[in-house]
Design a protein around this ligand. Structure first.
Ligand SMILES: C[S@@+](CC[C@H](N)C(=O)[O-])C[C@H]1O[C@@H](n2cnc3c(N)ncnc32)[C@H](O)[C@@H]1O
Length: 238
């Protein structure tokens, strides 16, 4: 019997936002696999998982390097090495819990593994996690969708190229990967008359959590874990 590959979402950072199901899988899996951005670096997802589920005696920790690069060859090589390492554990009949920050199906390295599921060749189970999408909305107390609202989630650079269409088509925009684009977003949203309707949230649910209107985002350092939420229309009277 080959093992099961679990994609386990561990939420946005706060250990008590890891689900009960995720903790159960993390405690019983003989192998915890965790993505890290560079060899020798640390995996944030693994730190969250450990804070929620603790250390389990005899459990193997498999840290897998997924370099943050657009170079397809470097990504392919890293993915092949990760798949091979996971596959050998599954072939030994061991379940592997691959942890990802937030939800495993939202802009996650787990998708690299799913794309290679033919290579992994076993059963795959996804354990959903609290995504940054809902975590940043909760931090800013901004409604994501009400009535027949439409919600768009996309990377900030893509939104910058398509703002008029997005504003016309969606009541809420959640812009991820926004850290390096705050100044450009502020200019574009000001030009669209939406600056007062935009919030920036960094490190939601973590000790360094920061929330500000984009209009005065100077207090929010432009780190990697930063998202912007825009409500494109005034709320309807209820
Ligand atoms: C590669 S995506 C990972 C998304 C993740 N799988 C999820 O479901 O939230 C990384 C982006 O998610 C957003 N993000 C993740 N965690 C966050 C947090 N705690 N606070 C604010 N934004 C966060 C940031 O925009 C960051 O650039």
């Amino acid at each position: 019997m080959t093992g099961i590959l679990y994609g386990v979402g561990v939420g946005p950072g706060a250990p008590d936002l890891v689900t009960v199901r995720a903790v159960a899988v993390l405690r019983r899996a003989p192998v915890i696999a965790a993505p890290r951005p560079a060899a020798g670096g640390t995996s944030l997802a693994l730190r969250i998982a450990r804070a929620a589920a603790g250390e389990v005696a005899g459990q193997e920790t498999l840290e897998l390097t997924f370099p943050m690069t657009r170079d397809p060859e470097a990504r392919r090589t890293a993915r092949a090495a990760a798949v091979e390492a996971i596959r050998s554990r599954l072939d030994d009949g061991k379940d592997v819990a691959f942890v990802t920050e937030g939800d495993p199906l939202v802009y996650s390295t787990f998708l690299d593994l799913l794309a290679s599921s033919a290579a992994v060749d076993g059963r795959v189970v996804v354990v959903p996690g609290v995504s940054s999408i809902t975590a940043v909305a909760a931090a800013a107390r901004v409604p994501l969708a009400d009535g027949d609202d439409a919600l768009a989630v996309l990377p900030a650079p893509r939104a910058l190229g398509d703002l008029p269409r997005l504003v016309a088509g969606f009541e809420t925009l959640v812009l991820l990967k926004a850290g390096r684009h705050l100044a450009a977003l502020r200019d574009a949203l000001a030009a669209a008359g939406l600056l007062e309707r935009a919030w920036v949230v960094a490190e939601a649910s973590r000790p360094g959590e920061r929330i500000a209107r984009l209009a005065d985002h100077v207090d929010v350092p432009p780190g990697y874990f930063t998202a912007v939420i825009v409500r494109t229309r005034a709320p309807e009277a209820r």
